[in-house]
Design a protein around this ligand. Structure first.
Ligand code: ATP
Ligand code: MG
Length: 279
């Protein structure tokens, strides 16, 4: 492997992770500006795994593609209010008009659709534009143990809103040769938000996704990811399996369809490791 790891020397210490996970919710942005690395799949399945652990979880679909909503079987009808109206602070629409309760065990969902793409443009000139999602979530954090925000693959205003609203970040990283390209940009963006908007923001973990343990090459890639992120990499990588796209088509978390499948138990291990890190 010839590509240099860009992350050496970056400080990813977990010091200060002592928040009470019960009250209020720990808000975690699932973020990576690279597309197709498993952000949505991880939000659904980690959320469901936390739900199975008895935690009350709110999933926030913050990608205008709406893949999180669809992946949970929710197809937004025209004129149904979504997160877009909440972000734009439209009068007469509140959280309870938008939230969909119990999409799975202990899981609620704030859905969105393509309209959310307009928010980025409409908010550009607004005061406090980075804090809109934080303001939407703040009154409701006492109802949940975790809020997981599925971000779009960009570092634009919506993602900045997610980082501003979050206590922690989980970065899914696909196990492939160029996995670490662009991660420095992401970490720099997190540091900018830390510095300007949200000093308490932390990295809660890095999750290796789409791992194929059968090849030496993949083992080498995983070793490089581990080397780059040290203790921040969750011990359990998520293996590549067709069961995840299949489950997404069915609109349900894999743990609900096949709780004993390795993909489901891996997300459960990650959920337990996350709980242990935050305890
Ligand atoms: N462990 C896995 N094994 C096999 N396929 C997977 C796995 N995780 C995710 N996928 C599939 O890979 C595709 C991309 O995953 P996903 O949508 O979760 O990524 P994403 O980072 O949210 O993408 P985007 O950046 O477009 O929002 C989906 O079709 C998903 O079903
Ligand atoms: Mg996605």
């Amino acid at each position: 492997m010839s590509e240099d790891i860009e992350l050496k020397g970056l400080d990813f210490t977990l010091t200060g992770l002592n928040s009470n996970v019960s009250n209020p919710a720990r808000v975690i942005a699932v973020v990576n500006q690279k597309g197709g690395v498993g952000k949505t799949t991880s939000t659904i399945n980690l959320g469901a795994a936390l739900g199975a652990e008895g935690k009350r979880v709110l999933l926030v679909d913050f990608d205008p593609q709406g893949a999180l909503s669809v992946g949970l079987g929710i197809h937004i009808a025209d004129n149904r209010p979504t997160l877009f109206q909440l972000i734009m602070a439209e009068q007469d629409i509140d959280f309870d008009d938008v939230v969909i309760k119990n999409v799975s065990t202990n899981l609620d969902l704030l859905p969105c659709d393509i309209n959310l793409a307009k928010a980025e443009m409409l908010l550009v000139s607004e005061v406090g534009r980075e804090q809109r999602l934080a303001a939407v979530l703040a009154p409701h954090l006492g109802k949940y143990d975790f809020v997981l925000i599925d971000c779009q693959p960009s570092l634009g205003l919506l993602t900045v809103n997610a980082l501003a609203a979050a206590n922690g970040v989980i970065i899914p990283v696909e196990c492939e040769y160029f996995a670490l390209r662009g991660v420095k940009l992401l970490v720099d963006s997190i540091k900018i938000v830390q510095g300007r908007v949200n000093p308490k923001l932390q990295i809660d973990g890095v999750l290796a996704t789409m791992y194929d343990p059968r090849t030496y090459h993949q083992k080498e890639v995983l070793a490089r990811i581990k080397d780059a992120f040290k203790g921040q990499l969750f011990k359990t990588p998520i293996t590549r399996t067709i069961k995840f796209p299949d489950a997404q088509v069915q609109g349900r978390p894999l743990i609900e369809i096949e709780p004993k499948h390795s993909g489901a138990t891996q997300y459960q291990s990650v959920a337990r490791e996350l709980l242990a890190r935050l305890a």
